[in-house]
Design a protein around this ligand. Structure first.
Ligand code: SAM
Length: 369
C-alpha cells in the first residue's frame, strides 16, 4: 500500500482533519488496500464510541407533493406520472403507533416541500407525537422553510432536522436545481436550524450529475466547518421520469467510478472526522447493493463506520409512490416490519439493533432489542 496513503489515514484518525488536497488524494486513490485500511480505521472508531449497537429510525414519508423541481428527484413537481398523496395527522400517528410497538424511539417525518400553510398541520402532528410518545425523538426532513416555521416545529417537539446541502459548489448546485432555488438559501436554512438548536444533518449524493472530485472535496470542507450532528451520504440513482433519466450511476469527473466504493470511503472519512456523528447506512446504498449478495450496501455502510439505519415505516400502500429514484428499496430489511430480517443481517456482521433515541449526546439509557 502506498506509504503516503497510510500516513493520511493515520493523520485523519489522530487529528480528525486533513488538507483539501489530502482528502482528494484519498478519494481518487483506487488501491483496494487503502480503502480497506480506511474502512477498518473508521469501523474501529465507531466501535470505540458506540460499541456494536446500531440505532434505528422509523422513516415516515408523509407526502410526495412537492413545490420544488430538483432535476434529480422522482417526486419533483414536473413529474406528472407520480400519483401524489399526503398522509393526514391520524395516518401519521398510526404509523408512529406501529413503529413504537416495533421498538422505534425516533420517528423521521420526511416529505416533499409543502406550501407554507402546512405549518399548522406539521406543528399539530409534532405536538401530537410528542404528547403520545414523550420518550421518542422527532426528526423532520421537510426541506427549506421560513425560520419562523422551523421555530414553531421546534417548540412543538421536533429536535432534529435533516437537510442535505446536496453540493457546496454554486455552479454544480445550479446544474442540479431550477433557477428559483439557490445554494445560498439552502445554507442559510442549515445555519438557521443549527441556531434554533436542532441536531442538524446535512450531506450529499455521491455521483450526482456533473459532480467532480473537486466538488466532493468542497463538500467535505463545508461539512468540516459546519459540524453537523448527522451526515447523510448516499449514491445518486437516476429516476426514469426525470431529466437525469439517462444519466448513469457512478460518474465523477465524467468518468466511471466505483460509486459504492466511493460512498463507503466518504462514510469512513466522515466517521474519522466526527467520531460522535450519527451517520446512516442509507436506503440508496442498500438499493444499489442489495443484500442478495452479502454483505449488502447497508452492512457495508456499517462496516465502513455508519451507525444508523432508517427502515421504512410509511403505510405499505403509499411506499411505491415515494419514488425518489428507480427501484428504491422499501421492503425486506428496509421495511420497519422487516426488523427481524434487519436484525439477522446485522447479526451476521457482528452488530445489533438498539432501542434508544440515540441523541447526539448519547446520554440516554440503552436497552437492546
Ligand atoms: N424535500 C426535502 C429535502 O429536499 O431535503 C426532503 C425530501 S428529499 C426527496 C430527500 C433527499 O432525497 C434529498 O436530499 C436527496 O439527496 C435525495 N434524493 C432525491 N433524489 C435522489 C436520487 N435520484 N438519488 C439519490 N438520492 C436522491
Amino acid at each position: 500500500m502506498a506509504h503516503g496513503m497510510e500516513r493520511l489515514i493515520t493523520k485523519l484518525r489522530n487529528e480528525r482533519r486533513l488538507e483539501a488536497e489530502e482528502y482528494r488524494a484519498l478519494l481518487v486513490c483506487d488501491d483496494g488496500e487503502v480503502s480497506r485500511k480506511l474502512q477498518k480505521a473508521a469501523r474501529e472508531t465507531a466501535l470505540a464510541r458506540f460499541g456494536n449497537r446500531i440505532y434505528i429510525r422509523g422513516l415516515i414519508e408523509i407526502t410526495n407533493i412537492c413545490r420544488n423541481d430538483c432535476l434529480y428527484c422522482g417526486i419533483r413537481k414536473s413529474n406528472r406520472k407520480t400519483e401524489r398523496y399526503a398522509l393526514d395527522k391520524a395516518e401519521i400517528l398510526e404509523c408512529c403507533r406501529t413503529g413504537y410497538g416495533l421498538g422505534f424511539r425516533t420517528f423521521v417525518l420526511q416529505g416533499g416541500e409543502m406550501p407554507e400553510h402546512s405549518d399548522r398541520m406539521i406543528e399539530d402532528v409534532c405536538k401530537a407525537i410528542h404528547a403520545e410518545f414523550p420518550d421518542c425523538a422527532i426528526t423532520l426532513s421537510l426541506g427549506e422553510r421560513r425560520a419562523e416555521s422551523y421555530e414553531r416545529f421546534f417548540k412543538a417537539g421536533a429536535t432534529r432536522y435533516l437537510l442535505r446541502h446536496e453540493t457546496h459548489n454554486p455552479e454544480h448546485y445550479s446544474l442540479l436545481h431550477p433557477a428559483e432555488m439557490s445554494l445560498e438559501h439552502r445554507l442559510q436554512c442549515l445555519d438557521t436550524l443549527k441556531g434554533i438548536g436542532y441536531q442538524t444533518g446535512t450531506g450529499i449524493m455521491v455521483g450526482s450529475p456533473f459532480q467532480t472530485f473537486g466538488n466532493i472535496v468542497e463538500d467535505i470542507m463545508y461539512i468540516s466547518d459546519f459540524r453537523p450532528e448527522m451526515i447523510g451520504i448516499g449514491p445518486f440513482i437516476p429516476h426514469k421520469d426525470t431529466p437525469f433519466a439517462g444519466y448513469g450511476t457512478g460518474l465523477v469527473d465524467s468518468l466511471p467510478v466505483d460509486i459504492i466504493g466511493l460512498t463507503l470511503k466518504l462514510i469512513s472519512i466522515f466517521r474519522l472526522m466526527f467520531p460522535d456523528a450519527l451517520i446512516p447506512a442509507t436506503t440508496a446504498l442498500a438499493t444499489l447493493a442489495p443484500d442478495t449478495a452479502l454483505p449488502g450496501g447497508r452492512e457495508l455502510g456499517i462496516l465502513s463506520g455508519a451507525n444508523v439505519v432508517m427502515p421504512n415505516l410509511s403505510p405499505a400502500g403509499v411506499r411505491h409512490r415515494y419514488s425518489l429514484y428507480d427501484n428504491k428499496a422499501s421492503t425486506g430489511a428496509e421495511a420497519a416490519e422487516g426488523l427481524a430480517k434487519l436484525e439477522a443481517s446485522l447479526k451476521r456482521i457482528g452488530y445489533r439493533i438498539t432501542i434508544d433515541r440515540g441523541d447526539f449526546s448519547g446520554r440516554l439509557t440503552r436497552q437492546s432489542l
